[in-house]
Design a protein around this ligand. Structure first.
Ligand SMILES: [Zn+2]
Ligand SMILES: [Zn+2]
Length: 84
């Protein structure tokens, strides 16, 4: 029995998503770390890119530098309030 794509029911499934296990056609699948991942799962499967990681480190360093410069615990509380 041939499985059809979970989204395009008229298309035959090329592979199963390694995350949700549904079958998908080639248009719906992405290869991440040598695994087939569907478009629905790729968002939660995707790891932050190097640039995003560097950006977040930069922002935390800048915030820390400002906090030290101001030597203010109120400022740290303020930032924590904004960032949750
Ligand atoms: Zn999936
Ligand atoms: Zn499809």
């Amino acid at each position: 029995m041939e499985q059809s794509c979970f989204i395009h029911t008229h298309e035959s499934a090329a592979h199963e998503c390694s995350q949700c296990g549904h079958g998908y056609c080639v248009d719906c699948l992405h290869i991440v770390d040598h695994q087939a991942v569907c478009r629905n799962c790729i968002h939660r499967f995707r790891v932050p890119s190097e640039n995003e990681a560097i950006a977040s480190i930069l922002i935390s360093s800048i915030v820390a530098a400002i906090a030290v410069a101001l030597n203010s615990s109120e400022f740290i509380n303020f930032i924590q309030t904004i960032w949750g």
